[in-house]
Design a protein around this ligand. Structure first.
Ligand code: RB5
Length: 149
């Protein structure tokens, strides 16, 4: 699958590790920046770029990295159809897809190291949404909230 990859300066140190891991797992990274380390850049710009890549169909999922993963997930979830969360444990990285249809994995490069990042990306990319009725029902409720209903 195509995986949009975005990060601000806080996430930049993990960039090459993430791109390599996505390729290693047989997927295609879609690099939406940052393309250089700029301490003045802003995480919402990359959250928007990852979200737009998914919404437009240029990518099926995203990996979004900032310093903590928090700003990235807060910003990405403002976009319709984006289900993003910071996950720094193996279970959440796959369960978030299986139950919640999470389509953007957010990571904090100031919190986790490259080995854990690789493990989380592997778990995220290998997981698929279960499609179970209870999860579909819950997602429909989330979608209603997104639609202001
Ligand atoms: C940038 O310094 C930092 O605030 C940002 O990367 C992120 O951690 C926000 O949640």
């Amino acid at each position: 699958m195509r995986v949009a990859v975005g990060m601000d300066h806080g996430g930049y140190p993990l960039k090459q590790t993430i791109l390599e891991e996505i390729r290693k797992e047989g997927h295609e990274p879609v690099d939406v920046g940052a393309f250089s380390l700029d301490p003045g850049d802003d995480y919402p710009d990359f959250a928007r770029a990852v979200g737009e890549a998914i919404i437009s169909g240029r990518a099926e999922r995203g990996v979004l990295v900032c310093g903590s993963g928090v700003g990235a997930s807060v910003a990405a979830c403002k976009m319709k159809g984006i289900r993003a969360s910071v996950c720094h444990d193996h279970y959440s990285a796959h369960q978030g897809v299986e139950h919640d249809n999470m389509n953007v994995l957010c990571l904090g490069a100031r919190i986790i190291g490259s080995e854990l990042a690789v493990d989380l990306i592997k778990a995220f990319l290998a997981a698929t949404f279960s499609g179970e009725a209870r999860h579909v029902r819950r997602l429909q409720k989330v979608e209603a909230m997104e639609a202001g209903k």
